[in-house]
Design a protein around this ligand. Sequence first.
Ligand SMILES: NC(=O)c1ccc[n+]([C@@H]2O[C@H](COP(=O)([O-])OP(=O)(O)OC[C@H]3O[C@@H](n4cnc5c(N)ncnc54)[C@H](O)[C@@H]3O)[C@@H](O)[C@H]2O)c1
Ligand SMILES: O=c1ccn([C@@H]2O[C@H](COP(=O)(O)OP(=O)(O)O[C@H]3O[C@H](CO)[C@@H](O)[C@H](O)[C@H]3O)[C@@H](O)[C@H]2O)c(=O)[nH]1
Length: 324
Amino acid sequence: MKKVLVTGGAGYIGSACSEYLLNLGYDVTIFDGLLTGHREAVDPRAKFILGNLSDREKIKSVCREGKFDAIMHFAAFSLVGESMKDPSKYFRNNIANGINLADAAVESGVKMFVFSSTAATFGQPESIPIKEFDRQIPINPYGESKLCFEKILKWYHEIYGINYAALRYFNAAGATENFGEDHRPETHLIPLILQTVRGKRDKLMLYGDDYDTADGTCVRDYIHILDLAQAHELALSAPESGHYNLGTGNGLSVREIIDAAEDVTGLKVNYEVAPRRPGDPAKLIACSERARRMLKWEPKYESAHKIIESAWKWQLKHPDGYKN
Ligand SMILES: NC(=O)c1ccc[n+]([C@@H]2O[C@H](COP(=O)([O-])OP(=O)(O)OC[C@H]3O[C@@H](n4cnc5c(N)ncnc54)[C@H](O)[C@@H]3O)[C@@H](O)[C@H]2O)c1
Ligand SMILES: O=c1ccn([C@@H]2O[C@H](COP(=O)(O)OP(=O)(O)O[C@H]3O[C@H](CO)[C@@H](O)[C@H](O)[C@H]3O)[C@@H](O)[C@H]2O)c(=O)[nH]1
């Protein structure tokens, strides 16, 4: 499993995972269309191919020539709000373009396919913490597109024998020394809080303080991207195909994240309580026992302070994000 194709390796999580694999001596090829990613986020040790997964012939020839042992598939669109306005964009990229890649993988004899899935496949959870086999009823086209691709992989496994791991991340956060979060527009809580304390934004809008949670604000399970990277590498030798939840199991409210950010930065977060953001479930917390047991996954950056500290360091080093 030494030769790995990483789609979306110029993006937030894909760049950190590529760096992690390269540090362990893997041979990494990154395939990315730079649609939402950044050229500067491509680890210089990786081979880089600029291309769009919509180009079926191109991805087939990349796979044929590359003779990869495994594929890690991060490339996708992932804004929930945008998916409610333009579902076609999400179904085309996350499903149709994903099929181009899965077909190329099968045709070229790739043994393992690791897929970025999401907690959004569950929709409103039936119970907390969320277990792998809990009911999945997505409440937006983004979550639906990811659930659909999980099912496609299951069928490709049954029919063609390709192994897969669908990794359902909860809230990816934090940064490595070199790679961090620069979504444009940024919609994620932690980078927005840190941009606010730096004065790059006037204030943070806190979406809803009337949820049925201890302090009234939404609770999420924040997982460091290096812990996600560790899980991806372990998934390459997963004992069986299937899906895994990836979270720490610690739920933190928006207010607790604001408090932790104030501790880490020594600065005040200017925020205003705003109405609830449509589509936000009150609580998302993972039960990741399956990954811990079957992949021997051990998250290392479980405290909010460590996660925020790493994101803070990265923002201070890259005050305007990536340059290109
Ligand atoms: N950020 C999170 O909290 C989170 C949580 C759960 C799941 N995920 C999933 O993880 C993956 C990575 O998320 P991210 O936050 O790093 O996103 P990102 O937007 O930073 O990275 C996605 C990368 O994929 C590339 N890409 C997209 N479509 C492509 C295509 N058709 N052809 C070639 N390249 C293409 C983009 O240019 C970008 O570099 C996504 O699949 C996302 O759905 C993210
Ligand atoms: O300006 C902001 C931004 C966010 N929030 C709140 O902060 C929490 C976290 O929001 P955000 O960082 O946008 O992440 P999520 O909406 O929870 O979604 C992330 O985590 C999900 C899994 O839990 C993934 O499915 C998604 O792809 C990923 O974007 C939510 O309660 C938001 O309402 C605010 O109050 N103000």
